[in-house]
Ligand binder design. Structure first.
Ligand code: SAH
Length: 362
C-alpha cells in the first residue's frame, strides 16, 4: 500500500467516501506524497512526454504566436507572460529564445509561472536561470498581478480535478471513492446532486439512466477570461480532450507510458481526464471574451509554420538529426494512435477587439 493510499483510507474512515475530484487533487498535489510533488514525470524515461519535450519547435512557435498577438495589442511597453503548469520550463525557455527576434516584445515581458509543485518550480528555475527577464512564481492564478497579459497552458487543464456524476432515475449522483474493506473502490453518493445543471449543457440533461458526466471547477478559465477582457490580452490553451461537451468517462491513469487503474497506487500514477473545450468556451463567452477554436493541434502548428521551421532546422542538421526532426514533426502534427495532432486541441480566449488570431484562421 502507498503512503497516500493509507492516508486516503484514513480520510474516508473519518469523513466517508470522497469525490473523484478530491481524490485526484490528493493524488497529484498532496504536499508530501502527490505525484507532481514527488517527481519529474516528463521525458522518455518518465511516465509521459509532452509536446515541448518532444521538440523545441513547439515552444518556439508559441513564442512567435505570443509576439504576433502582442503586436495586435498595439505593442504595450509591459506585458505579463503567464504560464500555468510549466513542467520543466521547456516551453517557456523555447518561447523566450524565439521571442528575441521581436526585441521590443522580449523587452516588454514579465514572466509569471503558476506552479504548485516545489520540485518542478526548482526545475523551472534551473531551466530559466540564464534568461535575462523578470521571473516570479505563484501557487495560484489569483495571486498573479493584474494587467495586460498573455496566458499559456499546455497539458495543465487535464491535471485539474474532475468530478463525475452518474444518472439514475431520480437524478444525477456524484461518483465517489470509497474503501471496500481492503482497497479503494468507486461508489455512488446516495443523494442526488442539486446543482449539476450549470455544468451540464442543455442537450445532455435528458441523458439516459447509467450515463456518466464529468466536469471541472470553472474557476481558472473564468479568472483568465475576466483578466483578458478587463486588461487586454489572450489565453492559449492546449490539451487533449473533446471540442464539445459529451457524456462518458475519460478519467485515466498513466504510468511508464501505458494506461493503469486510476485507483491503483495513488500518488505514484499520473491521474488525468480529458478537457471539455465546450465547457471552457461557455465560461469564456459568459465573461465577454472572444473564443478562438478549438482547432486540432496539427492544424494550429501547420498554420504557424511548423513545416517551414522543421525544414530550416534540417538544413543544418546531420542525417540522424534530420530523422529526429521529421519524427518530432509527425508526432506533434499527425493523427492516429501515436500522433498528438488530432486528439490535442488548441483554443484561445481573447479580448474581442483583437480580431483574428494566428493559427485559428479557416
Ligand atoms: N506544461 C508542461 C507540464 C504539463 S504537466 C508541459 O507541457 O510539459 C502539468 C503541470 O501542471 C505540472 O507542472 C504540474 O505540477 C502543474 N500543476 C498541476 N496542477 C496544478 C495546479 N492546480 N496549479 C498549478 N500547477 C499545477
Amino acid at each position: 500500500m502507498t503512503s497516500l493510499e493509507a492516508e486516503i483510507g484514513a480520510i474516508i474512515a473519518r469523513e466517508g467516501p470522497i469525490s473523484i475530484a478530491r481524490y485526484m487533487e490528493l493524488c497529484l498535489g498532496h504536499p508530501a506524497h502527490g505525484y507532481y510533488t514527488t517527481r519529474d514525470p516528463f521525458g522518455a524515461r518518465g511516465d509521459f512526454v509532452t509536446a515541448p519535450e518532444i521538440s523545441q519547435m513547439f515552444g518556439e512557435l508559441i513564442g512567435l504566436w505570443a509576439a504576433t498577438v502582442w503586436q495586435k495589442m498595439d505593442a504595450p511597453g509591459a506585458v505579463h507572460l503567464v504560464e500555468l503548469g510549466p513542467g520543466r520550463g521547456t516551453l517557456m525557455a523555447d518561447a523566450l529564445r524565439a521571442a528575441t527576434i521581436v526585441p521590443a516584445f522580449r523587452a516588454a515581458l514579465h514572466v509569471h509561472l503558476v506552479e504548485t509543485s516545489p520540485l518542478l518550480r526548482q526545475r523551472q528555475r534551473d531551466t530559466l536561470a540564464s534568461f535575462d527577464v523578470p521571473l516570479a512564481w505563484y501557487r495560484d492564478l489569483a495571486d498573479v498581478p493584474q494587467g495586460t497579459a498573455l496566458f499559456m497552458a499546455n497539458e495543465f487543464f487535464d491535471a485539474l480535478p474532475v468530478h463525475q456524476a452518474v444518472k439514475a432515475p431520480d437524478g444525477w449522483h456524484e461518483r465517489m471513492v470509497a474503501w471496500d474493506g481492503d482497497r479503494l473502490a468507486f461508489a455512488v453518493h446516495p443523494a442526488p446532486l442539486s446543482d449539476l445543471a450549470p455544468a451540464l449543457p442543455h442537450e445532455l440533461q435528458a441523458a439516459p439512466s447509467g450515463a456518466l458526466f464529468e466536469w471541472r471547477s470553472d474557476a481558472v478559465a473564468r479568472e483568465m477570461s475576466r483578466r483578458v477582457v478587463r486588461a487586454g490580452g489572450a489565453a492559449l490553451i492546449i490539451d487533449y480532450g473533446h471540442a464539445e461537451s459529451a457524456l462518458g468517462e475519460t478519467l485515466q491513469a498513466v504510468s511508464g507510458h501505458g494506461f493503469a487503474d486510476p485507483l491503483e497506487r495513488p500518488g505514484e500514477l499520473d491521474v488525468t481526464a480529458h478537457v471539455d473545450f465546450g465547457a471552457l468556451a461557455r465560461v469564456a463567452l459568459s465573461e465577454g471574451a472572444r473564443v478562438h477554436g478549438p482547432v486540432p493541434q496539427g492544424w494550429f502548428l501547420h498554420r504557424l509554420g511548423i513545416a517551414e521551421r522543421a525544414a530550416k532546422l534540417k538544413s543544418g542538421a546531420t542525417a540522424a538529426q534530420a530523422e529526429a526532426i521529421d519524427a518530432a514533426l509527425a508526432r506533434l502534427t499527425q493523427g492516429g494512435r501515436t500522433g498528438m495532432g488530432e486528439l490535442f486541441k488548441v483554443m484561445a480566449f481573447a479580448h474581442p477587439a483583437l480580431g483574428d488570431l494566428p493559427g485559428f484562421d479557416r
